[in-house]
Design a protein around this ligand. Structure first.
Ligand SMILES: Cc1cc2nc3c(=O)[nH]c(=O)nc-3n(C[C@H](O)[C@H](O)[C@H](O)COP(=O)(O)OP(=O)(O)OC[C@H]3O[C@@H](n4cnc5c(N)ncnc54)[C@H](O)[C@@H]3O)c2cc1C
Length: 397
């Protein structure tokens, strides 16, 4: 079958699903996206887009939609939690890895991705509950009793993926007893009316970099989410005594007083940000060991559905975006004919890289100090890298 006659159903209209919709449409596939949510909500969170994902976004016309409104950090800045001493700084000019490094509101990224495909291919309020495969087609069953047919299915349905459960089997994501507090709020609050903590500078801003403050058993990452620097964001990782997991965690509220207590003793700049923060959300940090396989016949997984990771390297969304480019290239290469072969090639190329990123992200050592090479991560170009299988990743740490 020629690519132009191939129909692919994507389950999940998140970052990976929307990117895949755009990359697959670019090669001529007839794409439909099925999303369980009744509408797209503006989730209050920032997101960092590294050069490796920006290269993909450029080709599908998304970079131009976000580049002028996003914050362009001068560098990745890593500092000690109390003294503020610089542990490692990596300036990130566009020339270094051939693409910009941007920080933005997650909803702005999602809006730009959604605008890259026609609205009528996105079907909201469609919660997938079942899949049935025959030799040449897949039937999707939804919670509202409706069904749809496609030549192939991509499960881009996130960390709690139903598609993964249907094709690989049930298992629970790993929760290592850590949570992420996060908040996004007007930068004006930094100096506006709130009592500054002892030692905090007056009229300070958070600087021109994306800064990660490394404590002994916790950290906090702080950055602006827009070019005008009127909005700032932070995300943390802290131990949580009780087992705290929720399935729909993007909307779960946190207690800002507990959050401030958790960062007692941190540098005055961090304290000032936390004092200014009006409220916060919390998210259980979930991960998963690399899966034994990513596809079954005409159904394949993408993004968090197959390689969920801790947010510590800011690569979960980025790797989902890379997946979408490689998947389209593999399908184009077989001209839509051997879809199962294309899925296997996609996995053989992608899994070693995502497994490596999952492992480093889990260890939370990325750029903590030293001068280890970063070009394998940020220099990766999903449009031009050879599609050969990568060396399997073997964890040695
Ligand atoms: C606190 C935090 C900070 C992060 N920061 C960054 C960062 O800075 N940079 C970065 O690259 N990544 C970051 N990530 C990771 C990133 O958010 C995820 O890796 C990314 O969202 C994964 O995209 P996805 O499309 O696979 O899944 P998602 O974006 O989760 O999308 C899955 C979609 O599938 C839908 N769905 C689920 N089940 C069904 C069903 N049965 N039927 C139909 N639809 C369904 C969901 O409603 C959702 O819309 C962060 C994550 C966290 C938690």
């Amino acid at each position: 079958m020629a690519v132009q006659k191939l129909s692919i159903a994507i389950v999940g209209a998140g970052i990976g699903g929307m990117t895949a919709a755009a990359t697959l449409r670019q090669i001529g596939v007839d794409v439909r996206v099925y999303e369980q949510a009744p509408r797209f909500a503006r989730i209050g969170a920032g997101i960092q887009m590294m050069p490796n994902s920006m290269k993909v976004l450029w080709r599908i016309g998304v970079e131009e939609k976000v580049i002028h409104t996003s914050f362009k950090p001068y560098s990745h800045l890593n500092r000690e939690w109390d003294t503020g001493k610089i542990m490692r700084e990596l300036p990130m000019p566009e020339s270094l890895f051939g693409a910009p490094y941007l920080c933005m509101h997650r909803a702005d990224l999602h809006e730009a991705l959604a605008a890259a495909v026609p609205r009528e291919i996105i079907h909201l309020d469609k919660k997938l509950v079942g899949l049935e495969q025959t030799a040449d087609q897949v039937t999707l069953a939804f919670a509202d009793g409706t069904r749809a047919l496609a030549d192939a299915v991509i499960g881009a349905d996130g960390v709690h993926s139903v598609v993964r459960e249907l094709i690989i089997g049930p298992d629970e994501p790993i929760h290592k007893g850590r949570i992420a507090y996060r908040a996004i709020f007007p930068s004006a609050l930094l100096n506006g009316g709130k009592q500054a903590p002892p030692g905090a500078r007056q009229n300070f801003d958070i600087g021109s970099s994306r800064t990660k403050w490394w404590g002994p058993d916790r950290h906090i990452v702080i950055y602006y989410t827009n070019a005008t620097r009127t909005e700032l964001y932070f995300v943390t990782s802290v131990p949580e005594a009780a087992e705290w997991v929720t399935r729909e965690s993007w909307s779960a509220k946190g207690d800002v007083k507990e959050l401030r207590n958790a960062y007692e003793g941190f540098h005055p700049d961090v304290r000032a940000v936390l004092e200014a923060c009006p409220d916060c959300h919390k998210w259980a940090i979930l991960e998963r060991e690399p899966l034994p396989r990513w596809s079954d016949g005409r159904v394949a997984l993408l993004g968090d559905a197959c390689h969920p990771m801790t947010p510590y390297m800011a690569q979960g969304g980025a790797t989902a975006i890379e997946d979408a480019a490689i998947l389209a290239r593999c399908i184009e290469k077989v001209d839509g004919a051997d879809i199962e072969g294309a899925f296997q090639q996609y996995e053989a190329h992608r899994k070693p890289r995502t497994s490596r990123i999952q492992a480093i992200s889990s260890a939370n050592t990325w750029m903590k100090g030293g001068d280890e090479d970063t070009s394998w991560l940020y220099g990766y170009d999903a449009w031009n890298v050879p599609l050969t299988p990568m060396e399997p990743f073997v964890k040695t740490f």
